[in-house]
Design a protein around this ligand. Structure first.
Ligand code: NAD
Ligand code: TYD
Length: 340
């Protein structure tokens, strides 16, 4: 019997991962350790309320006592414990405003979690990282697992630091960890500060859509369910100590994404505003995911042409969720349950 501590399970990808497990691994026991920063939203997880195999622990991964509370909850549920580590400060623009919370959570928090996980003799630890640790590509080429780390933003630098701490734990202590590095995700429950949900939200309200620089920066988009299935494959079948890139060969310029959102919503391109570029803006990300395809048999199931409309439809049918995030009302739930 498996018990999983999922960190950051109230965020975008973590909550999608929990939903995937609820359906595909109903016998697993789940502990969600999340600090509920601005990016954590318990309204993503109403389906888990009262579930016998699920515990929510509000806590900070950088505080050992909080992490110990999550382990205590896992021990109480029984079974062999593994950890899937999503919790992070995740937005590049915020890291440009202030790098410190990124170092605190992504670097210090990961080390605290590694120390506690090692002390508890866990079975497996999946560290969820990002393709941004590889830096930026020119017009051609792909990131492989051998591409040297060359992060350019405080966000990606803090993620690269955490990857190296995981590597050190593997190398020094024989710690049973695996690392995943995925490209940009989109899908349900994504906080509307990231490109796709921000554009959906603004276009829906007829507000101008801010496109940074010339709009020709390229990202490699993957539907969040595909990412979650890849993480599950790595957790269950990955080789200890290995790193796996995850991506779907789905590169688009930002301006193409923005135009597509507008056309899906039947809104005019006159809403597009080119604005001042992001400082240090990485030009292009593109993932070579052949290792996970070859070794673990994972492949993306969703095509962009299908999953982008699905995502837009999700935001349309969850207009109240989106509105409560945008006007801050989603925090009320938190205040009622946890006093702030
Ligand atoms: P997110 O910002 O939506 O969610 C982060 C979650 O972590 C939130 O629930 C937040 O409350 C929690 N958290 C933050 N600091 C914490 C702390 N100190 N202790 C406990 N919990 C804390 O992020 P996301 O987009 O779901 O990303 C999840 C992970 O996947 C991150 O590690 C990110 O680097 C990685 N990743 C994201 C993408 C993407 O496109 N979003 C792509 C590749 C990798
Ligand atoms: P983002 O979703 O922040 O992800 P990341 O920076 O981690 O790749 O941004 C995706 C791309 O969209 C990136 O090239 C920056 C650009 N972008 C805009 O042009 N306008 C915006 O308002 C935002 C948030 C992003």
């Amino acid at each position: 019997m498996k018990t999983l501590i999922v960190t950051g399970g109230a965020g975008f990808i973590g909550s999608n991962f929990l939903h995937l497990l609820r359906v595909s691994r109903p016998e697993w026991k789940l502990v969600n350790l999340d600090a509920l920063t601005y990016a954590g939203n318990l309204e993503n997880l109403v389906a888990f309320e009262g579930a016998a195999n699920y515990r929510f622990v509000r806590g900070d991964i950088a505080v050992r006592e909080d992490v110990e509370r999550a382990f205590a909850a896992a021990v109480e549920l029984g079974g062999t414990v593994s950890v899937v580590h999503f919790a992070a400060e995740s937005h590049v623009d915020r890291s440009i405003q202030s790098g410190l919370p990124f170092v605190q959570t992504n670097v210090l928090g990961t080390q605290v979690l590694l120390d506690a996980s090692r002390a508890h003799g866990i079975e497996r630890f999946v560290h969820v990282s990002t393709d941004e640790v590889y830096g930026s590509l020119g017009d051609s080429g792909y990131f492989t697992e051998e591409t040297p780390l060359a992060p350019n933003s405080p966000y990606s630098a803090s993620k690269a630091a955490s990857d190296l701490l995981v590597r050190a734990a593997i190398h020094t202590h024989g710690f049973p960890a695996l690392v995943t590095r995925c490209s940009n995700n989109y899908g349900p429950y994504q906080f509307p500060e990231k490109l796709i949900p921000l554009m959906i939200a603004k276009a829906g309200d007829g507000e101008p859509l801010p496109v940074y620089g010339d709009g020709k920066n390229v990202r490699d988009w993957l539907y969040v369910v595909d990412h979650c299935e890849a993480i599950l494959a790595v957790l269950e079948r990955g080789k200890l100590g290995e790193t796996y890139n995850i991506g779907g060969h789905n590169e688009y310029e930002n301006i193409a994404i923005v135009r597509r959102v507008l056309s899906e919503l039947g809104k005019p391109e006159s809403l597009i505003r080119y604005v001042k570029d992001r400082p240090g803006h990485d030009r292009r990300y593109a993932i070579d995911a052949s290792k996970i395809e070859r070794e673990l048999g994972w492949r993306p199931r969703f095509r962009f042409e299908q999953a982008l409309p699905l995502t837009i439809e999700w935001y349309r049918t969850h207009a109240a969720w989106l509105q409560r995030v945008r006007n801050g009302a989603y925090r009320e739930y938190l205040v009622r349950q946890y006093g702030g």
